[in-house]
Write a protein that binds this ligand. Structure first.
Ligand code: PS7
Ligand code: MN
Ligand code: MN
Ligand code: MN
Ligand code: MN
Ligand code: MN
Length: 345
């Protein structure tokens, strides 16, 4: 293998960055903005977890086989030449068909990064396997547990990497709940927004403990007759996700490196914009709610310092607060969590 320094001339890294651009809607851009030291390790981290997630997601393969591969996925990283053509579709299938290239690149990143990637892959794979077997989030505690495995752990791993180059507050490694909240806020926003897409693919992440208070089947919220109950449930889950915001603001305030700050702040800002768009919005049950392209560009440009971040969160909190329906069963809780966010801005 030739040296890895010049990414554009090394066909293996070329494959990784091409693959990253194809599989991730949101992360390719922010990863490219990272500095030289973190860019390759975080690119590999992303592709390894995207590979693992493709195994978790492919319900056309039987549950036992998927769960076994999830549990063993960290071992694949030590298995030169490993690849599979059994999972996923499109760019994600192509990623797993060429996974031996990702493994070669994994072996080129510095040892401390390899250790983070391997540890987090093992913990995430075991967590995913647990939920493949049980198949749904019953309680709110299980919802938080699932989100910890698939996103909170990503935050924990990224924080360990940021600490290697001294880019975030040194206490963050010991205060894992802050990194966990960063991931849970992104993951819960994704789960709320993807209601319809996930149902159509035969999966459900909305926790039963919440939706059963508003309907007898989660799918029923799609029916125009049930829209009022659907919105109550949606608003309940938005309120639950907003509880992570104070931790996220504390984390962002402790990200000192300029490039790392942009990397961690842009997804958080996109999440609050997406949640604000979803709150009390019947279109969540009809299609994919998106932040407008022009707004996304504006938010990305502004996400460069804490003063702007506070301003953006303040504006979205007020925007949601002004739209709380008086008859919403969680109106009071929603107002309280928004007021606690506003107080931090
Ligand atoms: C290593 C950057 C910054 C402290 C693939 C970034 C899928 C929301 O499934 O693709 O298409 O609907 O839109 C990312 C914390 C994880 C959490 C989780 C690895 C932030 C495998 C992101 C991303 C921690 C499980 C992608 C969690 O959403 O979803 C790296 C700090 C992967 C982060 C998955 C979700 C990410 C997600 P889908 P998306
Ligand atoms: Mn996606
Ligand atoms: Mn998944
Ligand atoms: Mn997925
Ligand atoms: Mn083969
Ligand atoms: Mn999703």
């Amino acid at each position: 293998m030739r040296q890895s320094k010049n990414r554009s001339q090394d066909p293996n890294w070329q494959f990784c960055y091409d693959s990253l651009n194809k599989v991730s809607r949101s992360f390719a851009m922010v990863i490219m903005e990272l500095g030289e030291e973190l860019r390759n390790p975080i690119c590999v981290f992303y592709l390894v977890l995207r590979g693992l997630d493709t195994v978790e997601d492919d319900t056309s393969v039987n549950a036992q086989e998927r769960a076994d591969l999830c549990k063993n996925f960290h071992k694949v990283l030590r298995h030169k030449g490993w690849h599979t053509d059994r999972y996923g579709a499109g760019a994600e299938k192509e990623l797993l068909e060429n996974f031996h290239i990702v493994i070669d690149c994994f072996n080129l990143v510095a040892e401390p990064y390899q250790e983070v990637i391997s540890d987090i892959t093992q913990l995430m794979g075991n967590g995913m396997a647990k939920f493949i077997e049980s198949h749904e989030c019953k309680t709110l505690a299980e919802y938080d547990e699932y989100c910890h495995y698939v996103a909170g752990l990503v935050g924990v791993g990224l924080t360990r990497m940021f600490t290697i180059i001294d880019a975030v507050d040194a206490t963050f490694c010991a205060r894992e709940y802050l990194s966990n909240s960063m991931g849970l806020f992104l993951q819960k926003t994704n789960i709320i927004r993807d209601y319809l897409e996930d149902i159509e693919e035969g999966r459900t992440f909305w926790p039963k403990e919440v939706w059963e208070a508003y309907g007898s089947k989660l799918e029923d919220f799609k029916e125009p007759n049930n829209i009022e109950y659907g919105l109550h449930c949606l608003n309940h889950l938005v309120t639950n996700a907003l509880r992570h915001v104070p931790d996220c603001l504390e984390y962002l305030a402790g990200a000192k490196d300029r490039k790392v700050f942009n990397f961690v702040s842009i997804p958080q800002v996109m999440a609050i914009a997406t949640l604000a768009e979803c709150y009390n919005n019947p279109n969540v049950f009809r299609g994919k709610v998106k932040v407008r392209r022009g707004m996304t560009a504006k938010l990305v440009m502004r996400s460069t310092n804490m003063k702007n971040i506070y301003k953006i969160f303040y504006q979205y909190a007020v925007f949601i607060r002004d739209r709380i329906p008086t008859q919403d069963p969680n109106a009071l809780q929603t107002r309280q969590v928004l007021d606690s966010i506003i107080a931090k801005c």
